[in-house]
Design a protein around this ligand. Sequence first.
Ligand code: ARG
Length: 564
Amino acid sequence: MQIKSLVNSALLESFKKLNISPKVTEASEATKPEFGDFQYNGAMALAKELKKNPREIAAEIAEILKQNEIFEKVEVAGPGFINLTISSSFISKKLPEALNSRAGVLVKDEPVKVVVDYSSPNMAKQMHVGHLRSTVIGDALANLFEFLGDEVIRQNHIGDWGTQFGMLIAYFEEQGEEAGKQLSDLEEFYKAAKKRFDQSSEFANRAREYVVKLQSGDKGCLKLWREFIDITLEHCQEVYDKLGVNLDKSCVRGESAYNDELKNIVSQLQQSGVAKESQGAVCVFFENSENPLIVQKADGGYLYATTDLAAIKFRVEKLGAKRICYVVDARQSEHFRQVFDTAKKAGIAGDDVQLEHIAFGMVLDKSGKPFKTREGGTVKLIDLINEAIERAKGFIKNADEYTPEEIENIARVVGVGSLKYADLSINRTSNYIFDWDKMLNLDGNTALYMQYAYARINSILNRAGEFEQREPILSDELERRLALKILSLEDVLLKASKEAMPHLIAAYLYELAGMFMKFYENNPVLRDDVPQEIKQSRLVLAKATANAIKTGLKILGIEVLDRI
Ligand code: ARG
């Protein structure tokens, strides 16, 4: 349920009754427990405007708020702050909702059609660590939107068109009989072709001829090209499956899919006056940038930007998207700013369509340099995932109690979860320092901490056996605050969805687990001397906490285990 919006509606109602219209219309979370749960700070500015005493205005608002059943305490403090405490009986009445299969979170009133463009690797090479963030963040966002009721279309905008394919085809032809076998390691094949390309101008010329042949639809070239793409996609799928990322063939709509549209896009831009010719090329110029966006080169070739404009057209017209999220490296910010600007100016995307670059920082090693293998090469994603799984095995308690299959499964859930959580728990706009020790750690904001917390609560519930799932008695402040936190999940998810910030969910889960641990240390649940009614109330709190953790982690793409 949306606690925060209930508080804000109560505020709005009081403004109406008093016939006032303050600039600040919303409450914020209280900064300290002694200030209650929420704080309203708008009375001071309003008083200034009306030349009145701020405490008096605050008192008038407070008087009205006091009549609302959701508040237990409404206090005016300091120069005119209003401190709000949510009522225990209200929280207790609502808590059973948090036990349902959606952890009490409702589906949005106004769902939208969202396209999430993520992962989108370039073909003919293996996925490397640079693709980790887009894949993991994009998938979490798609899950989040979907959970809240939006209609989500996942799009893998793979880089499957370009001059590198001429090079690969030329090399394939040159290798004759051997070529088929070599393709099993496409990475090596690509490297070898590149080496040939750099060393021999005769080979490079042949490669360029193949590009032209491929682009004019030569059957043989197209067949080989298709083969390169299929092999690469198979590698990608292996990574997606291992990561538990919801991408498959049906999500793939690569750059090549837009080939036939590029010409139209350029003429649409020219006709609408958005693009002009400049030194033989077709460009869009911007007031606030020195660099134009080139949509067609002087030699007639189209570019990355042209394809992206065609993709926007497709997503708006054919898919009906109202929100399009591009989960791409922050280094492409200017590209997207210009592409979005152009799409809006040319009417490719109307005012009712929201275009968002969901930018993220780089993956760095502990010393702050780009993350590389010991030899200085790019780190293959599949190797990284396998290493995470191997390392996770060290965290399984009482490993001898499990079958080898169970060990594999636990290690996968923990290893992959840790890899994802480490990325998702930081603000995406920051660079991400890749650090195994920090990632696979029981203390701190990690997947392991969350998964252990879940398993621990689960074991308490198992020991308890059956209990009645009804309104809990909230016997002290620890319990009241824990329950309120559980009920805040929906507020957090809505904010994370609006801002496209998955780390808000991780931060919430970490706080929730911390509050549970504190509650559990102080308030015994299963001890014999605990009265029956209190015991069952505490079990309801435990169960609702576990449910919120499981739900939140699931949205982030992370599984839980009943035992670790
Ligand atoms: N293939 C691109 C790259 O690796 C990312 C594509 C992102 N999506 C898009 N619509 N431009 O840099």
